[in-house]
Ligand binder design. Structure first.
Ligand code: ADP
Length: 401
């Protein structure tokens, strides 16, 4: 079975074509700057990379070009579009309606569109991708895999905010959590690596990239996660503040003469390590390099970033009354030995966590980095959301055939 995975943003489409007989990637790429000047497609097959610069006015045009590339004689990825058995779409928000992936029909598409009130920046873009695929591949089943659905197992104690209950009833204001596909993938993969059933383990998964969230995965299910009603809550991120006293919003609005929405925009786009370093960088590589060279502002930003992660690890160890496995993933988690080591060494020895510094000194591989006598197994697992989306898509299609 060959599955096309699509992750569409407001001006981009990331895609991968996977052969599920051996879960290999046949081709992948990115259509970017859709509808804006300088649009292009970066297409990769094995080691070959091609960049095609051309005007792309909308998602349907972008996807059409991708399908042409996939069937082109030059690469021979597939000989005809009939070889694509299903399309798996990443959809950011499934609200409370979708606790698992779904085959897309008119009703589910309408519901996904309706969920745009919860994710106005993301769901409309996801819907554009779905509609384009439906038009161009009319006989191929489409599946939606939601960022939020893995966290739908959270109990009310985790997902309700202590605000008047009517706001939950009226507006569905609650914790949803995001990066669910990643938390699900790495928790399962970590269990596989240590040869145990995920249903027997208490796992903390730290997805720390530009966007970052952490989850408590107890016996295979998410029971809490740091992102909330929106991806703004929780950890310090590249440009997002994470947790803060909500009273700051009205105070800043008044002092700066701006609206609450504008303040939230600042909290999303100008805060995090970018804000802490006075606009120096939102990229953790820059922050880390400068911190290690003795720059005090970057050192402080990195300290705050790591401290927040450590606080959540402590909180989730309490939430699960213990922790067996700690997983690091995403850009920073996979590639930064320094951050991994500082979090574990400076804050987590009370949990019995011990890191093997030599084993920890690497980037981008699957590896256990704790010592054999560490009470918690610490593992780096590169995330693979596309593979997880393809697996979920295959599972649903198989079930329905
Ligand atoms: P997103 O998908 O949220 O955009 P990623 O998971 O790709 O983010 O992570 C990007 C982040 O990972 C950036 O801040 C980048 O600097 C950081 N990163 C990548 N490599 C390293 C490294 N070697 N050391 C520290 N940070 C790194």
């Amino acid at each position: 079975m060959k599955i096309l995975v699509i992750n569409s943003g407001s001006s981009s489409i990331k895609y991968q074509l996977l052969d599920m007989t051996n879960e290999s990637v046949l081709a992948k790429g990115l259509v970017e700057r859709i509808g804006i000047e300088g649009s292009r497609i970066i297409h990769r097959v094995d080691e070959k990379k091609q960049i095609i610069e051309k005007p792309i006015k909308n998602h349907e045009d972008g996807l059409k070009d991708v399908l042409i590339l996939l069937t082109s004689d030059e690469y021979k990825v597939i000989s005809s579009l009939n070889e694509i058995n299903a399309v798996g779409h990443r959809v950011v928000h499934g609200g409370e309606r979708f606790s698992s992936s779904v085959i897309i029909d008119k009703e589910s598409l309408d519901t996904i569109e309706m969920m745009s009130f919860l994710a106005p920046l993301h769901n409309p873009a996801n819907v554009m991708g779905i509609k384009a695929a439906m038009d161009l591949l009319p006989n191929v089943p489409e599946v939606a895999v939601f960022d939020t659905s893995f966290h739908q197992t959270m109990p009310k104690t985790s997902y309700l905010y202590a605000i008047p209950y009517e706001y939950y009833e009226r507006y569905k204001i609650r914790r949803y959590g995001f990066h669910g596909t990643s938390h699900k993938y790495v928790s399962r993969r970590a269990a596989e690596i240590i040869g145990k059933d995920v249903k027997s383990l208490k796992i903390i998964t730290a997805h720390i990239g530009n966007g970052a969230s952490i989850a408590a995965v107890k016996y295979g299910e998410s029971i809490d996660t740091s992102m909330g009603f929106t991806p703004l809550e929780g950890l310090v991120m590249g440009t997002r503040s994470g947790d803060l006293d909500p009273a700051v919003v009205s105070f800043l609005a008044q002092e700066e003469g701006i609206t609450a929405k504008e303040v939230v925009d600042i909290l999303n786009k100008k805060s995090g390590v970018y804000g802490l370093t006075k606009g120096f960088s939102s990229d953790m590589r820059d922050i880390e390099d400068n911190a290690l060279e003795g720059d005090k502002t970057c050192r402080l930003a990195l300290d705050i970033y790591e401290y927040r992660i450590a606080k959540y690890i402590g909180a989730y160890a309490a939430a699960m009354n213990g922790v067996d496995v700690l997983v690091f993933t995403a850009g920073v988690g996979e590639n930064s030995p320094v951050t991994r080591e500082e979090i574990c060494e400076n804050y987590l020895s009370y949990l019995g966590i011990k890191i093997d510094k030599e084993k920890n000194d690497f980037k981008g591989l699957e590896r256990i980095i704790s010592t054999p006598d560490s009470k918690v197994t610490v593992i780096v697992v590169p995330t693979n959301e596309e593979l997880m989306i393809a697996r979920e898509t295959k599972e649903l299609i198989d079930k329905n055939n």
